[in-house]
Design a protein around this ligand. Structure first.
Ligand SMILES: [Zn+2]
Length: 451
């Protein structure tokens, strides 16, 4: 008799990560504690688990102030964008202008040198053109009502290439008040500190006989956005991961199941990037050997057959979704299994899914991402992402589904059912996704190495 997914156990892990440890920003002591918590649970379950460290650059905000300079000046709750420029210590003052859209067609000299108020912030596609207008600062307004300002970060390659200006986010309500009150001038003061730090992945595995060389990765990121408890995003996924590891450590698997809790997902998929880069470099080295044979010399990378990612789970009121970056059979398998054992899925489709599975897909490992999203997803990346929207039965709902999926198609399958392929269209999408971040992955080969 196989052990079954226990929603209450998963919920205990959720509480430990999101409440007892709380915010788990990349490179922080709390992220490290969360990693040790996962490591201890995996080791207790009998997995051979370890911690894998890697360097990151982190940004800590020291001061963020936004003041509307009306007859009676008032303070507005704001969250600074990490890695964006600081103001001088005394702050900056300037004329406020509402930017309807940052589309270059509409950016004229009216906007030059002013403080921009813009719904949802600057789209990356317009970033370089917008910086050419030299805004003094940017105030991004949440697009949705009832949400605290989200904690976002500027992609460092954009900043390094095009420069940056002090940027803060405020709620929709505060944004509307600024316009209704006819606020013409504001003062902004932001000070941050950038430091090198270490983040960690936790890696533990089970199963896999000698003749079965496939490795299936089951992963979830354990870090959160800075200052955010990250219950839904993604203590929930990490909790399901721990419970799945316990189950499969007991029941075993014909194939290797490698459980990975990735660090630093929220600052640019750094943990999965580190892991996938390791596989990719090792594979490239092996291919330099003149006797290399793709069929016989199965590198670690080639042994990676599938990646199952879990990011955002357990919401009480929500919708289950599955997003596949792999062969059509992946989509079919979820559809059929959902029909047979439930639960219902709001969406099962082939598409990219912006989480750790992307880095593995970028080096050729097909993936499927499971999530449960919904109304409360609007709190994601804000201080509102707390445990109150989540419960044990809804952790179990998808935990149980992924358990059966793993048991049938990985742990006990007669042969491994999924081709190791990613359709051409998706490969293009993945490439574009990483190019948009201005931080392509895998990194482009030097010219002479491509020959
Ligand atoms: Zn996430």
């Amino acid at each position: 008799m196989n052990p079954a997914f226990d929603g209450n156990r998963a919920y205990d892990h959720l509480k430990a990560l999101a409440q007892e440890i709380g915010p788990r920003a990349a490179g922080s002591a709390e992220e490290r504690r969360a990693a040790e918590y996962v490591l201890d649970r995996l080791s207790e379950a009998g997995l051979n688990a370890r911690i894998d460290e890697f360097p990151v650059t982190i940004h800590e905000q020291i001061r963020t102030e936004l003041t509307a300079l009306t007859a009676e000046p008032y303070r507005i709750n704001a969250a600074a964008q990490q890695f964006a420029a600081d103001t001088p210590e005394e702050g900056i003052e300037g004329e406020l202008v509402f930017v309807e859209t940052a589309h270059p067609q509409y950016l004229d000299d009216r906007f030059r040198g002013k403080i921009w108020l813009i719904l949802e912030g600057l789209p990356m596609a317009y970033y370089s053109m917008a910086m050419a207008m030299e805004p003094k600062a940017i105030i991004a307004v949440e697009e949705q009502m009832g949400v605290l300002p989200k904690r976002t970060h500027l992609r460092r390659p954009y900043r390094d290439r095009f420069g940056s200006v002090p940027t803060v986010r405020i709620s929709f309500e505060d944004g509307m008040k600024i316009i209704k009150n006819g606020v013409e001038r504001v003062r902004i003061c932001t000070q941050g500190r950038e430091t090198p730090a270490r983040s960690v992945n936790v890696v533990g595995e089970i199963g896999g006989g000698k003749e079965h060389t496939e490795i299936v990765v089951v992963c979830a990121h354990l870090d959160s956005v800075r200052h955010v408890a990250g219950a839904g995003d993604n203590a929930s996924g990490a909790s399901i991961l721990i419970e799945l590891a316990r189950i499969f450590a007991q029941s075993g698997s014909k194939r290797t199941i490698r459980f990975i809790a990735f660090g630093a997902e929220e600052i640019g998929l750094r943990g999965s990037r580190h892991y996938a880069a390791g596989l990719w470099e090792d594979d490239r080295t092996a291919r330099k050997n003149p006797g290399f044979n793709e069929v016989l010399d199965r590198t670690q990378l080639l042994r990676h057959s599938l990646c199952i990612n879990m990011d955002m789970h357990g919401v009480i009121l929500g919708t289950n979704i599955a997003t596949a970056m792999g062969p059509p059979d992946l989509v079919s398998s979820v559809r059929i299994l959902s029909s047979e054992i439930g639960p219902a899925f709001g969406s099962i489709k082939e598409d990219i899914f912006s989480s750790d599975g992307m880095c593995l897909a970028a080096v050729g490992v097909p993936g499927i991402a499971f999530a449960r999203v919904g109304g409360s997803s609007v709190v994601t990346h804000s201080r509102g992402d707390t445990i109150e929207f989540l419960d044990a039965p809804h952790l179990k709902m998808m935990g149980r589904f992924i358990e059966v999926f793993l048991r049938r198609y990985v742990a006990e399958a007669f042969v491994f059912p999924f081709q190791r392929e990613i359709p051409q269209g998706l490969r293009e999408e993945i490439r574009r996704y990483f190019n948009r971040t201005a931080d392509p992955f895998p990194p482009a080969l030097p010219a002479q190495a491509q020959a």
